[in-house]
Ligand binder design. Sequence first.
Ligand code: AMP
Ligand code: MG
Length: 393
Amino acid sequence: MIPADDALRIVLDRTKQLAPVRVPLASALGRVLRVAARADADSPPFDASAMDGYATQRADLGQPLRVIGEAQAGGAFTGSLKTGECVRIFTGAPVPAGADCVIKQEEVTREGDVIRVQALDRPTFIRRRGENRRTGDIVVPAGTTLGPAELAALAASGVTQPEVTAAPRCVHLLTGNELVAPERTPAGAQIRDSNSALIAALLARHGAELTGHARVGDTLAAARTAVETFASHEVLLISGGASVGDHDFARPLLKVLGYELHFEEINLRPGRPLVFASRGTQYAFALPGNPVSHWVTFHLFVAPLLRKLQTGLDAAPPRLTGRLAPGSKFPPPDARRTYWPCRATIVNGGHELTTLPLASSGDSSGLVGANALLPLPANSLDPAQTVEFIPCP
Ligand code: AMP
Ligand code: MG
């Protein structure tokens, strides 16, 4: 049995960032950008009006101005302004030559082709060429996880095939003769499989792709065939069978598949029988079957592995600080290092942690609302103390 921190170090030390690939923008949400994107032109590309109104010369304000033409977004007024003239202009249109300000239309009275405006001190309402970004400036730095804002910035810079890390391809092998698909009604000693839904959702949340899934009962031969039939993948997750019972075959399976086992048991509650193995640049976990152990070990070990595959970041899950909600109850101290699922909410501008009604590590409905892991100290928790927790989105 090794300490949980040592186990994470072993996982991260083994994990190599995936090679970059080019994908269309439409497939790039959530991917990690590998090469900085730069502006291919000044932004804005020309002096542009920031308002609907009239472009003119500031020195002319206070006298009647003759409207000599129009500039709308996507078009331009090609002439040039002289004293006593103005051009009707709309937001985003190029400011005509000779104009040095735009007057909002709300501040203008217009009769026929003549406008009047008071000569107040007012902003110019011109967005200057290059004021957002100059050609060659970095628009999205390498290493950024692409969200909606970043995709918009790439589109604006003409980067339509960004170089990113592909989603890690993961396969999920479900062991356990007792399990039936969620759509079936369990009979006798059967129970419904909740781990497949959990794993599929956790993988999606962490940028990974579930490329294969098989339910294999508790026979090694069926499991071996299933894994060998999966298309190529980087991560193999085995649910259940990670321990040393007569019907637990995850470890022998990994060995016959040619994986090297790096640890088989960690000092962790819940989640002691966690196995980590690798075969070249493929990684495998056998996760203890209880749904709560699944949730905990995924966040503590699988999520950091997925993060390193995508970003190259070699770090333990980040932590935040918070307070315990009044009346929170935790399990008594244990010889094993305990990470307890909780719900973190914002109360009065700070994080507050509430315990969940977890009856046991087999209680998947007790996990409802879980979004944080609280490492429990070796002695009992002081309810007044500030605590560190791991956010688990
Ligand atoms: P195991 O790790 O295979 O010994 O399983 C530990 C416990 O978790 C047993 O009570 C299993 O029935 C339960 N379990 C295993 N897999 C699942 C699953 N996919 N969904 C719900 N419970 C499971
Ligand atoms: Mg089992």
